[in-house]
Each structure stands twice: as structure tokens, then as C-alpha cells.
Write a protein that binds this ligand. Structure first.
Ligand code: ASP
Length: 331
């Protein structure tokens, strides 16, 4: 018999500023996570596929301004928004992704169309937008992604990042990951200078299939054209029914160098270890060795769910069909 269907999501990881804790803000994050888990849970309960559940969960996370993806995405150094997204089907190993899109309302839907109709896996920039337009996807003005809070955060990050660019990639990514508070100073319990924002989902469906999806605005003040881990299959997103489905968040450069998402699956396959052991090794041992900070959510074919992170907090949650969703922010 198949395991109970389950969805797990994340909305970014980082360092908690205890002084900035605010119960209203926390409640808003919990409410948003709960609502999105509930929607994906209903889909799975109705026999929906894991692929549909992760696509829908990430679409809703993109639409929510609390998270750095879609509406509410961070700014590049050029003052623009460039979005990355990916999706992978564990049943078929089909995948789709887009990077550096600037006008597609929901990048995850573009990634999904790439998976479904294209012979290719990844489109970038103008080519990705031309593909999305040909697919009839919804386009928005770049101002759609704008939030005042993220704009203010970018203004702050501009100065500091310039002085840190000559440092190593870890410092760059860490500093660049400065993220926006939606009401700066009071709304977000995570230190804006040490918080990563990306959204993602993994799911197991009633048919025993796995899927993963990831979407992000990237890191604040990133150089135009920079591509992070989120749209790279194997780095920020991976799914195989044989092992697990993984979606990551954190310092993208290190997740790329570590092939973080695939490494979890590879360790399960080649070392025969559990999902828990494999993901713990990647997040707590291997990534920190190259100063990789962040976390991931993952699920295996038995319905085991893990949500490890090496920062002080990560917006996260999971919901099994028939059970109340569980959400958390801190360790
Ligand atoms: N991993 C994302 C990137 O590097 C950022 C994040 O997770 O906050 O683009």
C-alpha cells in the first residue's frame, strides 16, 4: 500500500533577530504557510498528482508578498527583478526550468510548461519569455514584483555589497542574500541581512509519485544575469521516485557547487542511507564546509519528510492528507 500523500514547503531560511520578533508577523507567516499547505493538501486528497501539488503550492507562494518569489521578489543591482524557477517530476525524471525572467507572472508555471511541452529542460531570459508568451502564460509589468519594503532593503544592500564583492563567494552570497522585510524593522523575525528567500515544495501523491518545485527572486543586489541554484536541476530542485524529492533555499552559489538537491538523492541511492541521514549530511556537514548556509525540504517514497537547515530559522511546513498542517519558523 502506498504511503499517505504529503506536501512540504519552505519560504526561505536565515538568522533570527530576537529583538525583531513580532507575534503579528509570525502569525502572518504561519497563516500563509497553513493556507498554502491546505490548498496543496486538498489537491492531494482528491487524488491530484505530486507534480500538480508542488506547482500549485509554489504558485501560491509566488503570489504571496511575504516571500521572495514572484510578487515580492528582491531587486538586482540594476534595480530590476530577475526570477528563476524549476520543477521536476520524480515519476518520469522530466524537468523544466526558467531563469532570469522579468515579466512572467508565475515563473513556476513557465517551468511547468517547459517540462510538459518542450524537448528542452531550461530556457533563460528573452528566450524563456518568448516560450512563456507562446504558451499563453500571464505577463505582468515589472512593477508587479515591486514591494516598497524590498526596495528599501535593496537600497541598504547596495552600499554594503559593493565593499564585499571582492571577498569570497560565500561572503558575497551571504551578504547578497539580504532580504526584505515587508514592514522593515517590525515585520520579520529573521535578520534581513542574514536571511535567504526562495520558495519551494516537495510532495508524495497517492500513486506513490514524487515531485519538487523551487522559485526565487534570487539574492538582493545580485548582478544582472546571475543565475542561482533554484532553476538548476540537481542544485535547487530534484525529484526521483527511486529516492526522494528535494527543494532548497540558501546561498545559491554553494548549493550549485555541492549539487545539493541531487546529493541527497545520490547518497540515498549509492550509500543506501535514509532520507534523514542523507539530507543531514548535505545540510549540516557538506554545505557548511564551503560556507553554504540555508536548508531544504525533502520527502521520500515512504512519506518520510525532513526539513533541515543550518541557519537559525527557516519558514517551513508540511501537511499529510487527513492530518492538520504543521508550520514552523525557528529551530
Ligand atoms: N538560493 C537562492 C538563490 O541563490 C536564494 C535563496 O534561497 O534565498 O538564488
Amino acid at each position: 500500500m502506498n504511503a499517505i500523500p504529503v506536501i512540504a514547503i519552505h519560504g526561505g531560511a536565515g538568522t533570527i533577530v530576537r529583538s525583531a520578533m513580532n507575534t503579528d508577523a509570525e502569525a502572518r507567516y504561519h497563516a500563509a504557510l497553513n493556507e498554502i499547505l491546505g490548498a496543496a493538501q486538498r489537491l492531494l486528497a482528491g487524488g491530484g498528482s505530486a507534480l500538480d501539488a508542488v506547482t500549485e503550492a509554489v504558485r501560491l507562494l509566488e503570489d504571496c508578498p511575504l516571500f521572495n518569489a514572484g510578487h515580492g521578489a528582491v531587486f538586482t543591482a540594476a534595480g530590476t527583478h530577475e526570477l528563476d524557477a524549476s520543477v521536476m517530476d520524480g515519476a518520469t525524471l522530466e524537468a523544466g526550468s526558467v531563469s532570469c525572467v522579468t515579466r512572467v507572472k508565475n515563473p513556476v508555471l513557465a517551468a511547468r510548461r517547459v517540462l510538459e511541452v518542450s524537448d528542452h529542460v531550461m530556457f533563460t531570459a528573452a528566450g524563456a519569455e518568448a516560450f512563456a508568451a507562446a504558451q499563453g502564460l500571464e505577463f505582468v509589468e515589472p512593477s508587479y514584483y515591486y514591494t516598497e519594503a524590498r526596495h528599501q532593503q535593496w537600497q541598504k544592500a547596495r552600499g554594503t555589497l559593493r565593499t564585499m564583492l571582492d571577498h569570497d563567494a560565500a561572503t558575497f552570497a551571504f551578504a547578497g542574500a539580504s532580504e526584505i522585510q515587508d514592514t522593515p524593522g517590525e515585520d520579520d523575525p529573521l535578520d534581513p541581512a542574514k536571511k535567504f528567500g526562495t520558495v519551494g515544495a516537495v510532495a508524495l501523491d497517492a500513486h506513490g509519485h514524487l515531485a519538487a518545485a523551487t522559485s526565487t527572486g534570487g539574492i538582493t543586489n545580485k548582478q544582472a544575469g546571475r543565475v542561482g541554484d533554484a532553476p538548476l536541476i540537481g542544485a535547487g530542485c530534484y525529484a526521483s521516485d527511486a529516492t526522494c524529492a528535494v527543494s532548497t533555499t540558501g546561498t545559491g552559489e554553494m548549493f550549485i557547487r555541492m549539487l545539493a538537491a541531487y546529493d541527497v538523492a545520490a547518497q540515498m541511492e549509492y550509500r543506501g542511507v535514509s532520507l534523514d541521514e542523507a539530507s543531514h549530511d548535505v545540510v549540516m556537514n557538506k554545505l557548511p564546509r564551503i560556507e553554504g548556509r540555508g536548508g531544504l525540504v525533502a520527502v521520500d517514497a515512504r512519506g518520510n519528510v525532513v526539513l533541515p537547515f543550518n541557519t537559525e530559522g527557516m519558514y517551513r511546513g508540511y501537511a499529510r492528507v487527513g492530518e492538520a498542517p504543521v508550520t514552523a519558523i525557528y529551530r
